[in-house]
Ligand binder design. Structure first.
Ligand code: NAD
Ligand code: TDX
Length: 363
């Protein structure tokens, strides 16, 4: 039986991970810790409420005393560290929060883990750090995908802050013997993703009849992975990964932004054609006016420093841990769109601020 602390548990991937773990390992203790920034939503964890093996702690990874207390009180033996500022565009306009949370916050968590685990002589512990493919920089169209030995070349304040945190995690292993693993994953999509990220933003804008902003020429490439496959990859790293090692997790699923947006447009056109209730629920959607969703495509100014292409080579994770994504892109994107159509209150609450007001009143 393990006792997990999941930082950033109310965020997109963290919440999916909490649900994944509680379902798969029903005897394990899962403590989700989250500062509930704009990106953290307790509603995403509502399905875990009532499970006696689950607890939510409202707290910041910059708070050493709080972390120390939770690690001791809950006898945590495994940290899965998701908490971060995660949106590249925000990092361009306001990098400070990224340095604070991603660099100083990760360092604070490392200090807490060292003090509670190493200083007490615990040999049974694991600090798993969740990182990103963006630390490796940008690929040209004919470059081979990133491996675990690709040199770091982060280009945005976000990816630079993640790279710094990766190095700190590595250093705490090398210098102090903290038992760490790190995974670097490609772009995730799926339920509970905050609608500032490309796929949920496009779905919601189509439903609202708003422009679909395509940065630059729309030919930047990302390697997309269904979020549950990321959770499964982290599970394998925790169970079978070697301490001190880095594992790439990816979907072998490269798409240009333009192709992905057009695919989402087609799938939503089909949804409106097959479900007559959607027209009543989303009267501003182009399908209701007899137009195709693609009519909303709008080229906008490019993201400064926009990385051209990311692609993950997950051979090591496949060979050493038997990792395979289960979801194809075809099934994953359909599931995601269905989830968004079935969970309108979730994304409306996140977007119109009513959910924030509730948090501010209660936390
Ligand atoms: P997210 O922005 O949806 O969630 C981040 C969560 O961290 C939020 O709940 C937020 O409230 C919380 N948080 C932020 N600052 C905090 C602090 N100081 N203390 C405690 N909690 C804090 O992000 P996500 O997309 O779920 O990403 C999770 C992790 O996975 C990040 O570390 C990110 O770098 C990494 N990652 C994300 C992707 C992706 O495609 N989304 C891909 C690879 C890696
Ligand atoms: O409105 C948009 N229009 C657009 O063309 C948005 C929001 C994005 N884009 C482009 C920029 C990227 O090329 O789509 C691509 C995907 O953008 P994001 O969803 O913002 O993701 P990205 O910048 O690739 O970073 C994501 O993947 C790696 C996550 O946000 C990171 O946290 C993760 O580390």
């Amino acid at each position: 039986m393990s006792r997990l602390l999941v930082t950033g548990g109310a965020g997109f991937i963290g919440a999916n991970f909490v649900h994944y773990w509680l379902e798969k390992y029903q005897d394990d203790r899962v403590v989700a810790l989250d500062a509930l920034t704009y990106a953290g939503n307790l509603v995403s964890l509502a399905n875990a409420e009532g499970n006696e093996n689950y607890r939510f702690v409202h707290g910041n990874i910059l708070d050493l005393d709080l972390l120390d207390g939770v690690l001791r009180e809950e006898k945590i033996d495994t940290i899965v560290h998701f908490a971060a500022e995660s949106h590249v565009d925000r990092s361009i306009h306001g990098p400070d929060a990224f340095i604070e949370t991603n660099v100083t916050g990760t360092h604070t968590l490392l200090k807490a883990a060292k003090s509670v685990w190493l200083d007490a002589g615990s040999s049974q512990h694991r600090f798993h750090h969740v990182s990103t493919d963006e630390v490796y920089g940008s690929l040209e169209s004919d470059d081979p995908p990133f491996t675990e030995t690709t040199p770091y070349a982060p280009n945005s304040p976000y990816s630079a802050s993640k790279a710094a945190s990766d190095h700190l995690v590595r250093a705490y292993h090398h210098t102090y013997g903290l038992q760490v693993t790190t995974s670097n994953c490609s772009n995730n999509y799926g339920p509970y993703q905050f609608p500032e990220k490309l796929i949920p933003l496009i779905v919601i804008n189509i439903l609202a009849g708003k422009a679909l902003p395509i940065y630059g020429d729309g030919l930047n490439i990302r390697d997309w992975l269904y979020v549950e496959d990321h959770c499964r990859g982290i599970d394998l790293v925790l169970k079978r990964g070697k301490v001190g090692e880095v594992y790439n997790i990816g979907g072998n699923n490269e798409w240009t932004n333009m192709d992905i947006v057009k695919l989402v447009c087609r799938l939503l056109d089909d949804s409106f054609a097959n479900d007559s209730q959607l027209a009543g629920r989303f009267p501003d959607s182009p399908a209701v006016q007899g137009k195709r969703a693609e009519s909303l495509l709008t080229f906008v100014k490019d993201r400064p420093g926009h990385d051209r292409r990311y692609a993950i080579d997950a051979t090591k994770t496949r060979n050493e841990l038997s990792y395979e994504p289960k979801e194809s892109f075809e099934t994953g994107i359909r599931k995601t769109i269905s989830w968004m159509l079935d969970n309108e209150p979730w994304w409306r609450g996140v977007m119109d601020g009513s959910y924030r007001e509730w948090i501010d009143r209660n936390y």
